[in-house]
Design a binder for this molecule. Structure first.
Ligand code: AMP
Length: 421
């Protein structure tokens, strides 16, 4: 029988490696909850229509979706992104506005697996519904920026653009289409065929042929209506006030169709360009109504957890994120009580809020000390025959070679706390 393995494009994170993941999500929650965002949970799969309606012309929805008919005959899709699910939940439950939520979870896209690109990947993100105020765009962008700082990523860049809205985008789209049509035979093969479907897509095509044509294309930024121009000016003003550096990039269009006005991306400067997109987002004032809900503006972002960890790694490692996640103490008991002393001491330590583990199976002192070393705990608490007879516990620092000291059982918790600082 062949060995069972995880599917291509997926991975396992074992307990020894998961501390940075936990640290990252904790850091994210701290940053966004301080600004009024609350955790939202939505199903991992949705009715296919939830995603179909919002991204008909995108690769994510057209080619990469994991969709299937379930045993009840429903057409289901594993979520390829979270914004559409959050919008669906908003429409279903109609919470009072403004409504701010954050999430952490996995998404599924049938892509070609490669470094930093998976078929199941993880995102953290926020969505804010119910305000068209450009200051909210700035709040959202600044929270992403602040989170990267908290995660230890300093080499990152904020790219900013405006996609206009229903007033100015149609005219710009026509202008762009006319320009691209006049250069059709210079475009990449795919865009020669699919140009009309969504000419904006050509702007962020990575193929050199398209990039050459795009260099001379009209820019949406030069064709914004007065309201969109004022919105964009206020966004730039707000970023300036918060001293968040940004680069205007007129070629920045997001992969999904529902974005209006502000669109942005965070790039990691320490990563290869193929995987340097750390996250992105924007304003999606048309999304809720496109999904059949009441006309409701919204803005948000999604950040790729795997990419963020790569960037943290490139900037000196994930130790800081993992800090504080390990064991405090490991209990070693060969005092002859049949395991009672170790059992009771471990319970006492855990009840006091310390992170404690112990050896089982009445193993030899040597095997127990080996387990203590491997556990990563700072301290070993040892109950040998002498300690058992005297009602004491020996404390051994596993990270220095300092002599062990004995303390009465009643003083153990206080002594451990003091040593842990
Ligand atoms: P998107 O919704 O495509 O803008 O994705 C937002 C972020 O999620 C990107 O900037 C990446 O950091 C991350 N991401 C998207 N697709 C993948 C993938 N297949 N594997 C890993 N990370 C991804």
């Amino acid at each position: 029988m062949s060995e069972l393995r995880h599917p291509p494009g997926t991975f396992d994170v074992l307990p020894a490696d998961s501390a940075p993941w936990e640290g990252l999500i904790r850091a994210f929650a701290r940053v966004v909850e301080a600004a009024g965002y609350g955790l939202i949970l939505t199903p991992t799969f949705e009715d296919l229509a939830v995603f179909k309606r919002v991204g008909e012309s995108t690769d994510v929805v057209r080619k990469e979706m994991y969709d299937f008919e379930d045993k009840g005959g429903r057409h289901i899709a594993l979520r390829p992104e979270m914004t559409a699910s959050v919008a669906r939940a908003f429409i279903q439950h109609r919470p009072p506005l403004p409504w701010k939520s954050w999430y952490a979870g996995s998404n599924f896209r049938y892509e070609r697996p490669q470094a930093g690109r998976f078929r199941e990947f993880h995102q953290v993100g926020i969505e804010a519904f119910g305000s068209a105020d450009p200051d909210l765009d700035v709040e959202v962008m600044s929270l992403g920026w602040e989170f990267y700082t908290a995660a230890g990523i300093t080499r990152r860049e904020l790219l900013l653009n405006s996609l206009g809205d229903g007033t100015c985008r149609p005219a710009y789209r026509a202008l762009l289409l006319a320009y691209l049509e006049s250069h059709r035979d210079e475009l990449c093969e795919e865009h020669q065929i699919r140009l009309e479907e969504n000419p904006l897509r050509v702007l962020d095509c990575k193929k050199p042929a398209c990039q050459k044509v795009v260099a001379g294309a009209p820019r949406q930024l030069d064709h914004l209506c007065d309201d969109c121009a004022a919105h964009f000016a206020r966004v730039k003003n707000g970023l300036g006030a918060l001293q968040i550096p940004y680069t205007v990039d007129s070629k920045l269009v997001r992969g999904l169709d529902y974005y209006t006005r502000t669109t942005f991306e965070y790039a990691g400067l320490g990563l290869e360009s193929a995987q340097n997109a750390l996250g992105g987002g924007g304003r999606y004032d048309g999304l809720v109504s496109a999904m059949g809900g009441p006309d409701t503006p919204g803005v948000g972002f999604a950040l790729g957890v795997e990419r963020i960890l790569l960037a943290v790694e490139a900037e000196g490692g994930t130790d800081r994120l993992a800090a504080g996640r390990g064991l405090d103490v490991f209990v070693v008991d060969f005092g002859g009580s049949g395991g009672d002393a170790g059992r009771d001491l471990t319970a006492l330590l855990r009840a006091a809020g310390l992170r404690a583990d112990r050896a089982f199976d009445g193993r030899s002192p040597k095997a127990q000390f080996k387990a203590a070393d491997r556990s990563g705990a700072r301290l070993a608490l040892v109950v040998g025959p002498d300690e058992a007879a005297g009602g004491t516990v020996a404390i051994k620092d596993l990270q220095t070679s300092a002599d062990q000291v004995s303390v009465p059982v009643a003083d153990v918790v206080a002594e451990v706390r003091q040593r842990l600082g």
